[in-house]
Design a binder for this molecule. Structure first.
Ligand code: PMP
Length: 332
């Protein structure tokens, strides 16, 4: 029987799991590390899942109609996913992008016909970012309440408060892991940006087996801006959730879902990504490297001997060639 797809919307999800067999051997690991390769999505990141889900949810609710412009603010991958879905469904797309986002991302969004605006170039948002010392949640509130309020024929996606974001991970990412492992999974490792991945996937897996441990990744102290280092190399799309005021946590992040937080420094994420490229032939982004680093820390613990760890790898390394990710000379 043939299988001809008629839209990229049919190509989202059902990504493969890969055991890092060579990496495990090289590092003498006695636990299994399975990685979920989200770069198999049609636009190479986990965000294709939420882009499609949030757009179709809005269509169903009558919030998005033909002729409307889809608007979002994002560190990149959500913008790329939405730009492609908007193109395929015939909507216009406009995205406010954080300034530190790699240039490949702007170029991809523009290739899909999307309009990109740097957050710092929107005067109201720039003022709030300055007043709050870079509070992204406050900046999005200002964008929603002061810039977009009153504009007609737009749909503001708002991935940090849109319940369709964690819901699609509960409906797809979690079940895919459960089915592909036939329920043999002990630990889930996921990054936290909006928190959609860890919250939705974690909720589904715990509903199947409450003993499954959920580990959430937070950037380490050397990878966050500080007085001594105002512009560190950051892990794209990954944000702190502990030690952060509650009002700055996206509502898509369920703070009750995780059993443990592991801190990962950017250089550790780089090194893990460089290593698996050479051992197992997968080219992944910085946060994916972070997930492998965290999985390795867990795999080395004696109590995890024989266990199966699943790490969700958000995107492709091709999106980071202009950064230091694969620059071997960069050692932090
Ligand atoms: N890594 C990358 C590269 C991302 O773009 C994102 C999303 N911003 C994440 C990790 C975190 O995923 P989530 O928003 O589902 O928590």
């Amino acid at each position: 029987m043939g299988k001809i797809n008629k839209s990229i919307t049919e190509l989202v999800g059902r990504t493969p799991l890969l055991e890092l067999v060579n990496y495990e051997k090289k590092n003498n690991l006695e636990a299994k590390i399975l990685v979920k390769l989200e770069y198999f999505n049609p636009n190479q990141s986990v965000k294709d899942r939420i882009a499609l889900a949030m757009v179709e949810d809005a269509e169903k609710k009558g919030l998005l109609k033909p002729g409307y412009t889809i608007v979002e603010t994002t560190s990149g991958n959500t913008g790329i996913g939405l730009a492609a879905i908007a193109a395929a469904k015939g909507y216009k797309f406009k995205v406010y992008v954080q300034d530190n986002v790699s240039k490949e991302r702007f170029q991809v969004i523009q290739a899909f016909g999307g309009e990109t605006i740097k957050l710092s170039e929107e005067p109201v948002v720039a003022r709030v970012l300055q007043e709050t010392n870079g509070d992204f949640v406050a900046a999005i509130d200002a964008l929603r309440n002061e810039v977009l309020a009153g504009q007609e024929n737009i749909f503001f996606v708002d991935q940090v408060s849109n319940p369709a974001n964690p819901a699609i991970h509960e409906a797809t990412t979690g079940p895919e892991i459960w089915e592909d492992t036939e329920g043999n999974v002990d630990i889930l490792v996921a990054n936290v940006g909006t928190g959609g991945t860890v919250s939705g996937t974690g909720k589904f897996l715990k509903s199947k087996n409450s003993d499954i441990k959920v580990v959430a990744i937070q950037p380490g102290p050397n990878s966050l801006p500080s007085d001594s280092n105002p512009e560190p190399e950051e892990i794209t799309g990954v944000h702190p959730f502990e030690g952060v005021p509650k009002e700055r946590i996206p509502s898509t992040m369920d703070l009750n879902i995780y059993d443990e937080k592991v801190e990962v420094e950017t250089i550790e994420a780089y090194k893990a990504a460089r290593e698996v490229a050479k051992t197992d032939g997968i080219l992944i982004g910085t946060s994916s490297g972070g997930a492998i680093h965290a999985a390795t820390v867990l795999a080395k613990r004696p109590e995890n001997k024989g266990k199966t760890i699943v790490a969700v790898l958000p995107d492709t390394g091709l999106r980071y060639l202009s950064t230091n990710l694969f620059n071997e000379e960069y050692q932090g």
